[in-house]
Design a protein around this ligand. Structure first.
Ligand code: HEC
Ligand code: HEC
Length: 218
């Protein structure tokens, strides 16, 4: 190898490493935004058929750890797009969902989001048993959450998730993930970091007991 070629080689490796470092940092730091694409709910229904194998069965559970598969009915298209992009780029980790999202182009994500957001249903409670004491404690501890998630878990903007009526075990799992850093989000991380297990239990119990999200059965 000539000296000039050696330099080019080192340069290329350097650029490659800088790119990897940049994309890695970028994937963890850059907040996701809704896609600037028109979603086609009719195409989304065709693409979404496989999704109903889990999201369309009431009471269906993720096995390990065990929690109920989240409801999608009643979520806004913007949040659904952000969630699917998170799995696709790997900042939101879940083996099955990452495998599903890896196959989706931007237009597919927009269409799926349009389809699930268009599914109508009556407001429902989430699955989860809790005591009135827990729910009242959750209400008190939710004061800090109101600016984004609303007084009863109905979000103030379409890029934020609705929590009302989501299954308690899923909410509890999501809160745990933010606290441990397994799910990275610049807005959620500071909200959850200091809360203990009881606070997470109470918050999940409170939101699950508010009428909101609904099932999307076959
Ligand atoms: C094998 C079961 C399974 C299949 C199939 C599946 N999902 Fe999921 N999905 C899950 C589970 C479990 C979660 C919760 C993962 C986590 O903890 O982040 C989830 C989470 C999601 C979320 C995030 C919800 C939220 O409140 O943040 C969206 C959006 C979603 N799925 C959409 C889809 C779409 C669209 C498809 C089809 C292309 C699909 N899923 C297929 C099991 C599944
Ligand atoms: C500054 C705005 C903001 C505040 C305040 C906030 N959140 Fe969030 N929350 C978000 C955003 C944005 C997301 C979606 C982040 C992502 O994509 O992971 C989110 C996601 C969540 C989720 C996951 C929902 C799902 O479907 O996966 C839960 C649960 C949650 N927040 C609970 C809370 C609780 C409890 C509090 C108060 C202690 C709180 N949030 C305060 C903005 C906020």
């Amino acid at each position: 190898m000539t000296f000039a070629r050696f330099l080019r080689h080192v340069g290329a490796v350097g650029v490659g490493l800088a790119f990897l470092a940049g994309s890695r940092a970028g994937s963890q730091e850059t907040p996701l935004a809704p896609l600037a694409l028109e979603g086609d709910a009719v195409r989304g229904e065709v693409l979404g058929f496989t999704c109903l194998g889990c999201h369309g069965i009431i009471g269906y559970r993720n096995v390990s750890p065990a929690y109920h598969v989240p409801k999608l009915g009643g979520q806004s298209a913007d949040y659904l797009e952000i969630a699917l992009q998170g799995y696709r780029r790997g900042t939101r980790r879940h083996a099955t969902m990452q495998a599903q999202a890896a196959m989706l182009a931007d237009q597919d994500i927009a269409d799926l989001a349009a389809y699930f957001a268009s599914r109508e249903g009556e407001p429902e409670l989430g699955i989860g048993r809790s005591s009135a004491v827990e729910r009242t404690a959750g209400l008190q501890k939710s004061v800090a959450c109101v600016p984004c998630h609303g007084a009863s878990g109905v979000a103030g903007a379409p890029q934020w998730p609705n929590l009302a009526g989501q299954h308690a075990s899923y909410l509890r799992h999501a809160l745990e993930q933010y606290r441990s850093g397994a799910r990275a989000d610049l807005l959620m991380a500071p909200m959850i970091g200091a809360l203990d297990d009881t606070a997470l239990d109470d918050l999940a119990a409170f939101y699950a007991a508010q009428p909101g999200l609904h099932a999307t059965e076959y």
